[in-house]
Design a protein around this ligand. Structure first.
Ligand code: ADP
Ligand code: MG
Length: 708
């Protein structure tokens, strides 16, 4: 890289190994510029700086081991977890017995070719890296990375911890590591400009921006992995601080801009709403009533409603959104309702169509990424000409060519799945001069006031703090996967008695493919074992039509047991389902588990949730899962989870992932927010020219194009 002012904004194509094809794949990760490479931060680290003697290994560690293969063989085994021969060949495994004089360990490969088999024959010296697990009789590594070593060959080890980056299709770790390395090396000549005030850096003993980034990408071995994993290292704190500051400044700017905005004031006839509620077949909870009334009064104002509605899973936010929608359509306006996934959008569409059929004249329309060509054009026309008044959809709603006739209300469901700025982009759609639509944002993520202050500074805040009457607490048990067969038998029995169940295979961030495979295997195995039951499968790599069709069947009761990856997590509402099994529950964040569990216990039936973990489980992990067993409020769970966090936690499990944030987690980093607020004011006063730089650095394209 050449010395160049503003080099950080250069396209990634200036880096070695990046051509147009790679560049476009990097875009999927939000990486456009050299600076974006720097801000694409590691999820966690691997310690490949030392070789660990086999005799000293402990399950759960990720380590480098080195030794001689004493014996290797192909065995026909049952898969770990006991799924047996789900797919042809999958019951075959290559086992290599590795020893280094201090002890022995098994390398286990489920996928291997002849060459690998030969490579790993007896007498070979290898260095491997992988996660140590308990096998039946000894420790094992499944699918280690490995390298053959010549006799007496000494291979150098790395001298800094190895970063593991969030990756996506077609963008491998090796590439991301290489790019980061290049840019970090370039920082020596081209330090990034410092936008934090010097006094602040001094006060807090934060390192400068370039040093902080170098340290986070390439921590030396003497840097405490514990402090880094707890996200408490000064280098990380500095980056978090700056990101929160950028968000705060961006929000202040939006708020400034929107001060001049006006909205259409909507006077709702009270009996319209009460008639609607009367038609639902249930009473609103008093929290629902209170919030609906608040919204109706917001809508009467001629300044735009900007309300954030937080309510735990199952608290009934959708009905409240329907009340707001009804108010607007009664005024011959349009309402746009946006959901993060197609499954959720079609579910909302169904609810709204069903509810509003009784109130003639209000036509609903569903617009998603599935709509293409003529069909899409026809829908766009209907929206533009005002033939439909309720438009439900995914982010397809805020594409450029979608024009509304008279958009008066925007509802965004499950906000945490959207970037803050996607919401802003949708608002632009309804813009007529200074007049903008009213907005209602709904989320099940527990949001402390302080968070609302930073990420949602432009919003008023309401909460539904009560569940509909008659709900029974979901009884939750924590069980080792060694008892998996018992669990399977119980599920089958329940299904035979007319219950419906979810079986969730958890998704490891870095390997969607493997998880989808696991879900497929599970589905196949369960169908073979229980031929009398209908078993469905949904996962993220299936086509949308297929997914929808399966969820529909489950809803209709034609499927007894739905095997799924975590795609089922948010919002899916099938009141008859009463049993939820979550495999490898220890891999997920507690809030995510709470969301998943919220898929059952939606009707009046007593429901159950089984959290199955891969044994053995650390004491801490057991404690975490028991938080879930003992609590049923998302707010309490998030709070306790946070208290328990600390050293050893995986960096990537965000609880309140505001989509687009790179390192900050507003719940975890809440303690900084007060100082961030003060710093924002200082920047505004003393360094106003830095505001744009800070926002561009952290929000970049997302702020410009609303495409987080
Ligand atoms: P969430 O807040 O998680 O989006 P939903 O709006 O999907 O929750 O509501 C969950 C379920 O509870 C739905 O089946 C809905 O029809 C039902 N429901 C909502 N409000 C009430 C109520 N006051 N009494 C009984 N059932 C309700
Ligand atoms: Mg919902």
């Amino acid at each position: 890289m050449s010395q160049n002012e503003g080099f950080e904004y250069q396209s990634v194509v200036v880096l070695k190994g990046v051509g147009p094809a790679v560049a476009s794949r990097l875009e999927k990760l939000g990486i456009y510029t050299v600076q974006d490479v720097l801000l694409h931060l590691p999820l966690r680290y691997e310690d490949r700086t030392k070789v660990v003697p086999v005799g000293a290994l402990q399950a759960g560690q990720q380590v480098v081991v080195e030794g001689i293969i004493e014996h290797s063989e192909v065995r026909y085994t049952r898969r770990r977890g006991g799924w047996g021969k789900a797919k042809s060949g999958s019951g075959r495994a290559l086992l290599c017995y590795l020893s280094d004089g201090t002890g022995g360990i098994i390398l286990r490969f489920f996928y291997f070719n002849n060459r690998q088999q030969q490579d790993l024959s007896a007498g070979t010296r290898v260095r491997c890296f992988g996660e140590i697990r308990h096998g039946a009789n000894s420790l094992e590594i499944t699918h280690p990375e490995y390298q053959k070593l010549a006799e007496n060959q000494l291979l150098p080890l790395t001298d800094s911890l190895t970063p593991v980056y969030p990756k996506s299709e077609g963008v491998h770790q090796a590439l991301l590591r290489n790019l980061a390395k290049q840019v970090i090396a370039g920082l020596k000549e081209n330090a990034l400009p410092e936008w934090l005030p010097e006094s602040l850096l001094n006060d807090k003993k934060y390192p400068g921006i370039s040093e902080a980034l170098r340290l986070v990408h390439q921590p030396e071995t003497d840097v405490s992995l514990k402090s880094i994993e707890a996200v408490k290292h000064p280098a990380q704190k500095r980056l978090i601080f700056e990101e929160l500051l950028a968000y705060r400044l961006s929000m202040m700017r939006f708020r400034q801009k929107s001060k001049t905005n006006k909205a259409i004031s909507i006077n709702v006839k009270d009996n319209t709403i009460s008639e609607f509620i009367g038609s639902l077949g249930f009473e609103l909870t008093s929290a629902q009533k209170k919030v609906s009334q608040k919204i109706i009064s917001d809508l009467k104002s001629d300044s735009p409603m900007m309300r954030l509605l937080q309510g735990d899973v199952g608290s009934g936010k959708t009905v409240v959104a329907a009340c707001a929608t009804l108010a607007v359509t009664g005024y011959s306006g349009q309402a746009a309702i946006m959901a993060p996934t197609e499954i959720l959008a079609s579910q909302l569409f169904e609810n709204f169509s069903r509810w509003f059929e009784r109130f003639s004249g209000n036509k609903c329309l569903l617009l998603t990424g599935k709509d293409k060509g003529k069909k899409r054009l026809a829908k766009l026309k209907a929206i533009k000409q005002g033939e439909v008044s309720i438009i439900v959809g995914t982010h397809a709603l805020f594409q450029n060519d979608v024009e509304f006739k008279n958009l008066l209300l925007i509802v965004v469901d499950e906000q945490h799945r959207f970037g803050v700025h996607q919401r802003m982009a949708l608002r632009e759609k309804g813009l007529h001069g200074d007049v903008v639509p009213h907005q209602l944002i709904m989320t099940a993520t527990p949001i402390p006031r302080s968070l609302a202050m930073t990420a949602y500074a432009d919003l008023d805040y309401s909460v539904i703090d009560e569940l509909p009457a008659g709900r029974k607490k979901v009884s939750t048990v924590v069980i080792s996967d060694q008892r998996r067969n018992e669990v399977i038998a119980r599920v089958a029995q329940a299904c035979r008695q007319g219950e419906q169940a979810y079986w969730v295979c958890t998704l490891v961030e870095e390997s969607e493919v493997l998880q989808c495979q696991a879900a497929e295997d599970s589905a196949v195995q369960l169908s073979q074992e229980f031929r009398d039951l209908n078993i469905g499968l949904v996962h993220g790599r299936m086509k949308q039509d297929e997914k929808d069709a399966i969820v529909e069947k489950f809803k209709a009761g034609d499927i007894n047991l739905l095997v799924a990856t975590t795609v089922i997590e948010v919002g899916v509402d099938i009141p008859n389902a009463s049993l939820m099994i979550i495999e490898n529950a220890e891999r997920l964040g507690l809030s995510q588990l709470h969301q998943l569990r919220g898929r059952v216990g939606r009707g009046e039936k007593q429901s159950a949730c089984v959290l199955m973990y891969a044994a053995p489980l650390s004491e801490r992990a057991k404690q975490r899962l028991s938080i879930l067993r003992e609590n049923d409020s998302g707010f309490v769970i998030a709070q306790k989870d946070l208290e328990m966090r600390g050293a050893g936690e995986v960096l990537g499990t965000r609880q309140t992932g505001i989509v687009g944030m790179r390192i900050a987690d507003v719940l975890r980093d809440e303690y900084m927010l007060e100082d961030v607020k003060l710093a924002a004011l200082e920047i505004q006063k003393n360094y106003p020219e830095r505001i744009t730089h800070l926002i561009n650095r952290w929000l970049g394209k997302s702020e410009q194009y609303g495409s987080v």
